[in-house]
Design a protein around this ligand. Sequence first.
Ligand SMILES: Nc1nc2c(c(=O)[nH]1)N[C@H]1C(S)=C(S)[C@@H](COP(=O)(O)O)O[C@H]1N2
Ligand SMILES: [Mo]
Length: 198
Amino acid sequence: MVQSRGFVGRRGAANVKLPPGQYLTTDFPVLSAGPTPHVPLDKWELTIDDGTSVLRRWSWQAFRELPAEKITTDIHCVTRWSKIGTAWEGVSLDTLLADITTQSAFALVHSYGGYTTNLPLDDLRNKQAWVAFGYDGADLVAEHGGPARLLVPHLYFWKSAKWVRGITLLHQEEPGFWERNGYHNYGDPWREQRYSGD
Ligand SMILES: Nc1nc2c(c(=O)[nH]1)N[C@H]1C(S)=C(S)[C@@H](COP(=O)(O)O)O[C@H]1N2
Ligand SMILES: [Mo]
């Protein structure tokens, strides 16, 4: 592993350490591989399945009745922009996974519109991941993944699937959209795991 101190920017008076090869941005770029899906809230649902059966299903109303948290976190896009101190509101994956007992070690996340991304199930646990519906004190806008997107800030932002629709729990890892197209399978920004082979 190559150790790099990365770019050092500023957060107020305090110095901020960014992952290697990243630069700070203050705007919020939109990166979508296809058109923005618009899902009416009365048609929206979020499911967790095991590839065979649906284990949990929430309507929008049921999802919004779950306990929500405010999250302030840095985000890092593989195209090298990082954004510091972004403010979200969402439901922890710990809450969504709470009643599920599974031997599966992997997750494949599906979006409305067809996007997918994969990660180890442990990376969705232990206060590391949320399904976010709010950003900066307002409803999450469609361009940024509204009504709800995954937020997994410790991995490159392509893992934070916009317009999330479901999570499939798997015994064997299945690569998602970018992971099949040359991006790193895991995507740790601190280890600069941008592309397969990094
Ligand atoms: N459904 C979906 N989710 C997605 C993407 C996408 O194309 N479709 N792009 C990913 C990538 S590469 C990044 S950097 C972030 C961008 O999120 P933003 O548009 O809110 O900045 O969303 C990720 N989630
Ligand atoms: Mo990205």
